[in-house]
Design a protein around this ligand. Structure first.
Ligand code: AMP
Ligand code: MG
Length: 346
């Protein structure tokens, strides 16, 4: 097949998410070691991985995603030695979080070692590090024997990928290999906590909540000011957005949801995602109903936004959930995806 310049042939390999086949892991690891890119499932979302110690591989990641160069990448490690290589100074509090939550969906911002080039951290003197628990991700990093920089494997600004199909849609021709291990378990990205601040600051809420973290290390703060968010440049950029305009209903009765959908149906087609059926049966209206627990939303918001968007609606209306516990991370992602945020009483 003839490929455009800078394009690669993207191969997809199905792999067992519980006991990944060693020969498939070895093949993916050798691509990473030779400076190529491999997309793989973690427990959160699919990552677009490259050798974190290779300037070229890191630059390929930014290019493939169209990611602004001021948005640093998360470096994934498998084992204590690799952690020490990328971030030699581990405070007591950081050590306690590692002990409690790794491998798992918690990313720690730590001081960066010189083993990593500046571009992986977008020029900051810190690095975001995580040890993933998904067997495919863990085995791949171990086999590659190098830390793997891996942001979500989507085009920058689009909903994150929770299946190999999503990755292929966004990155065909830009990634050498996609390891297809089925749908990811959690469905939204890791919690990011800045351990270089005192008290530590949660830069991005995630599955590991602030309450659970403070039960281990005491006081933590939420990033509430511009100054704090400047420490995490990526949080400023537009995120997770499908093509359609997204209207998030933060709070609203079933009647308000129906009225809102009908109002937008007067001007075009509408997709709706929520746990309350909108009670509308019209050809220009499509609906995806999910469970109302945070885990139901997390597991399906990105894939549902993508599915609704494939029907090219003018507007996607999303019903929010209570922003408590894990719901906070879900609402954080929905707010970032939204063009408009409304409540019944506003
Ligand atoms: P993604 O990999 O697309 O899930 O996004 C990674 C997130 O981690 C972004 O919100 C980044 O801003 C944040 N991040 C990565 N590295 C750092 C760092 N060194 N300091 C602060 N935030 C970071
Ligand atoms: Mg991302």
């Amino acid at each position: 097949m003839l490929l455009a310049p800078n394009m690669v042939q993207t191969e997809i390999l199905e792999i067992d998410p519980v006991s990944p086949q060693p020969q498939l892991i070895a093949k993916a690891a050798s691509i990473i070691r030779s400076g190529g890119l491999v997309a793989f499932p973690t427990e959160t979302v699919y990552g677009l991985g490259g050798d974190a110690t290779s300037r070229q591989a890191v630059s390929k990641i930014f290019q493939a995603k169209g990611r602004p160069s001021d948005n640093p990448l998360i470096v994934h490690v498998a084992g204590r030695q690799m952690l020490d290589d990328v971030a030699p100074e581990i405070s007591d509090k950081a050590a306690r979080l590692i002990e409690q939550f790794w491998p798992g969906p918690l990313t720690l911002v730590l001081r960066r070692s010189t083993m990593l080039g500046p571009s992986v951290s977008a020029g900051l003197d810190t690095v975001a590090v995580r040890m993933p628990s998904a067997p495919i991700a863990f085995a791949l990093i171990q086999a590659a024997a190098t830390p793997i920089a891996a942001p979500s494997a989507n085009t920058s600004g689009k909903p994150s990928p929770t299946s190999a199909r999503h990755v292929l849609h966004d990155l065909a021709g830009k990634v050498d290999l996609i390891l297809d291990g089925g749908d990811t378990l959690i469905g939204i990205e890791s919690t990011v906590i800045d351990m270089t601040a005192d008290p530590p600051v949660i830069l991005r809420p995630g599955w590991v909540t602030a309450e659970v973290i403070s039960s281990v290390i005491g006081l933590v703060k939420a990033a509430d000011s511009e100054a704090q968010l400047r420490r995490s440049p990526g949080t400023r950029h537009k995120h997770y957005s499908p093509q359609a305009r997204v209207v998030l209903i933060e709070r609203g009765s079933p009647d308000f949801i129906q009225r809102t959908c009908k109002k937008f149906l007067e001007i075009g087609s509408v997709g709706y995602l929520g746990h309350t059926p909108a009670g509308i049966n019209r050809p220009e209206f499509s609906e995806i109903i999910v469970g109302k627990m945070p885990q139901d939303y997390a597991a399906s918001i990105y894939s549902s936004l993508r599915r609704l968007d494939e029907r090219h609606p003018d507007v996607i209306v999303v019903e929010g959930i209570a922003p408590a516990g894990e719901g906070e991370a879900v609402m954080d992602r929905l707010r970032r995806a939204a063009t408009d945020i409304i409540t019944e009483d506003s």
